[in-house]
Ligand binder design. Structure first.
Ligand SMILES: [Mg+2]
Ligand SMILES: [Zn+2]
Length: 215
């Protein structure tokens, strides 16, 4: 049996509105299309897992409990719109951090792939058939290093988009594109044996197809 399909999602600027070093739960706002995109993907049998850099923890600007509180508020807002995340991981480290315990070069800070690989192991995820969706170059790089296809949310902070990546306006557009590119949204498609679905995918450029066309 092939592993499951997952869309790895960045948090800040992807699911919630970008706020530098987001710490106050009152500042948590869902971006347009975030809940709808996650709903669509999960309805089609995809896992949705959050992978977030929270270097503000290493910098002493927020605590891990602050990160968890913001994540909980995000999940509450998503839940109110019928959307759920399957799992969440964040990296509290930064090589230039002020907190000695977190001032390290780690493998979990994106574009490092440790968190993606942890999630893949925990949920039997097939990375070659999965996606990473984020709003920054490190999300793209992380997804590519992990062997996933990637999509990038267009935004004003993105001054120099990585070459060859497809831009989408929001998470719902990303979800529609992913489902269209992978043969639609039949519930349970993620656990279908390779057979027919695999053959169909071979007709398209396959893994990485989403990274080929410029925005
Ligand atoms: Mg981001
Ligand atoms: Zn880390």
């Amino acid at each position: 049996m092939p592993g499951r399909r997952c869309v790895f999602l960045d948090r800040d600027g992807t699911i919630v509105a970008y706020v530098p070093y987001l710490r106050a739960v009152a500042d948590v706002r869902l971006l347009p299309g975030a809940a709808a995109g996650i709903r669509r993907l999960r309805a089609a049998g995809w896992l949705c897992c959050l992978v977030s850099n929270q270097g503000g923890v290493a910098r002493g600007l927020l605590s891990e409990d602050d990160v968890r509180a913001v994540n909980a508020r995000m999940c509450e807002l998503l839940g109110a719109e019928g959307a759920t995340l399957d799992d969440m991981r964040f990296c509290p480290h930064h090589p230039l951090g002020a907190i000695p315990a977190h001032r390290i070069h780690c493998e979990c800070r994106k574009p490092g792939t440790a968190l993606v690989r942890e999630l893949a192991a925990a949920h039997d995820i097939d990375l070659q058939r999965s996606y990473f969706v984020g709003d920054s170059a490190v999300d793209v790089e992380c997804g590519r290093r992990a062997g996933c296809s990637v999509l990038l949310l267009a935004n004003k902070r993105l001054l120099d988009p990585p070459a060859g990546v497809r831009l989408v306006p929001d998470l719902e557009a990303a979800a529609k594109r992913i489902l269209a590119a992978t043969g639609g949204g039949a519930p349970g498609s993620c656990v279908r044996p390779y057979g027919l679905q695999g053959a169909r995918e071979k007709l398209s450029p396959g893994a990485g197809a989403e990274t080929v066309v410029g925005g």
